[in-house]
Design a protein around this ligand. Structure first.
Ligand SMILES: Nc1ncnc2c1ncn2[C@@H]1O[C@H](COP(=O)(O)OP(=O)(O)O)[C@@H](O)[C@H]1O
Ligand SMILES: [Mg+2]
Length: 321
């Protein structure tokens, strides 16, 4: 077993609960893996199911079906206690909005309380203070400039670094970073990305880097997964996916980019209004928008096939029936 995390046929269906309500297959038969020390970006426009995948891996949501294997064990079978005492020590997360993660009435240091009470109850006093300082220094913060401060006295970048310091304090095996740099200004963003890369180099921490920003994914990751409306369109080695995009969706995303260093953003595409319908399409979810769609694309879901080494695509142009 060479992977740290393996997601198999993961599916999450949300239902509106109303009569005549809709079903959204927010994550539909998604399989991928993350190796130890690997940075994998999960990229897709808004509504593609990225956050749901992250929440399922964090067990903040329960899958409708499928398995999530961490170090070979199915975490969907873990008890609450096992999750709290063991799993969350190995799997930590950082989310988009740093302000939302702090109690505005408390000094920012209090953010570390739960980590110590949950995972390091034996660490107290001086030793604890020094661990916090070291974690802060690891993310490029000067402890004396942030400790004892209230959230409103610090910038979003400083707060996000504190949250990253907290997540990394226990040296997790996997960090899930969901749009974790999206709210930061451009220079802070690159610093934080480099910091995640450094931490991976030093401690072998894997990162699942969830983003809607193609350029960030390209910059940071070893492997890239392109999601479209709950399904994986293409995935594999980052260089291959970006330099030899196979799926018409990936090609559409990249084709008008003149220079690899230009910021690749999704070009103002918003999910269609008839959400429920799109998420339950039988065939390829991209077929209604795809210039190369054929009959089969509307009828049959293409399977992910390995077209070249470590480069997978789910598209009828490449077989997969
Ligand atoms: N708790 C929920 N209840 C109902 N629908 C949800 C819920 N969470 C997410 N969804 C829907 O699932 C789809 C995928 O959402 P999400 O995972 O947040 O995508 P992303 O992070 O890629 O923007 C969206 O259509 C969203 O509206
Ligand atoms: Mg999201």
């Amino acid at each position: 077993m060479s992977e740290l995390l393996r997601v198999e046929h993961l599916t999450k269906i949300f239902t509106s609960g109303l009569i005549g309500g809709y079903e959204i297959r927010a994550v539909d038969d998604v399989s991928f893996e993350v190796k130890p020390g690997e940075i994998v970006s999960l990229v897709g426009e808004s509504g593609s199911g990225k956050t749901t995948v992250g929440k399922l891996i964090l067990r903040l949501l329960t899958p409708t079906s499928g398995r999530i294997l961490f170090e070979g064990e199915d975490i969907t079978e873990f008890s609450k206690k096992r999750l709290k005492t063991d799993y969350y020590r190995k799997v930590q997360a950082v989310f988009q909005d740093p302000f939302a993660s702090f109690n505005l009435l408390h000094e920012v240091d209090r953010a570390f309380d739960l980590v110590f009470s949950s995972f390091l109850p034996e660490v107290k006093g001086e030793e604890r203070e020094e661990m916090i300082n070291e974690a802060l220094r690891n993310v490029g913060l000067n402890p004396s400039e942030v400790r004892g401060k209230y959230p409103h006295q610090l910038s979003g970048g400083q707060l996000q670094r504190i949250l990253i310091a907290r997540a990394l304090l226990v040296k997790p095996k996997l960090l899930i970073a969901d749009e974790a740099v999206s709210m930061l200004d451009a220079s802070t963003r690159i610093d934080v990305l480099n910091l995640l890369g450094d931490f991976r180099d030093r401690y072998g921490t894997s990162v699942l880097f969830v983003t809607h920003d193609l350029a960030l994914g390209y910059y940071i990751s070893d492997s890239t997964i392109i999601m479209y409306r709950g399904t994986i369109a293409e995935m594999g080695d980052t260089e291959r996916v970006f330099h030899n995009p196979l799926h018409p969706y990936t090609q559409m995303l990249l084709e008008s980019v003149p220079d690899i260093n230009v910021k690749w953003e999704f070009r103002g595409i918003e999910p269609e209004k008839e959400e429920g319908a799109v998420y339950s399409i039988q065939g390829c979810r991209y077929a209604p928008r795809c210039p190369k769609a054929r009959d089969v694309c509307f009828k049959l879901r293409p399977k992910l096939i390995e077209v070249e080494k470590n480069h997978w695509v789910a598209c009828h142009l490449y077989g997969g029936e």
